[in-house]
Write a protein that binds this ligand. Sequence first.
Ligand SMILES: [Zn+2]
Length: 193
Amino acid sequence: MRSEIAPRTGTAFTLAKGQRLTVIDPHGEQVADLLAFNRADVREVISSGRTLDYASRIYLTTGDKLYSNRSNVLLEIVEDDVGRHDFLLTPCSKDTFRIIYGDTDPHRGCFGNLAAALAPYGVIDDMIPTAFNCFMNVPVDGATGELRVDPPLSKAGDRIVFEAKEDLVIGLTACSALQSNNGSFKPIEYEIA
Ligand SMILES: [Zn+2]
């Protein structure tokens, strides 16, 4: 069954070990921030630092594993239509919009959406780390390390599929930041199998 996440919102759900989560960009150029917590102890969560260290790369795709802060594999990428995702930047937040966009009445962003959706599972704000940002396109200048946030390379219907390696709680958004999504807010779809 396919579920939709409305533009600028988020959700949370459980994913059992061995189940597969497919994240779909139905219209193209839309980012989805993904978090995974160990359901048995939500203090264990995906770790950008550990994952990129072990992969020795910043762009992850099919065959790559997402490690936790305790160095256990929580998810593995098993299919990927796009091949460009970000695991460097934190979920967009009120502060992102205040600091980068200068908004005076900022949206709560992916961070606020994730915090609200994950609260029933015992996750509090300060437990939210860098998300795996599906379809987010952040090229890095090889000489200076300068980051850019470019339009996603995802086209309508493109997907990325993850397999759960533990019983998990997943947080997932349709990202709320204009720059990440080439200037418009679109839905995200997902399926669990
Ligand atoms: Zn976002």
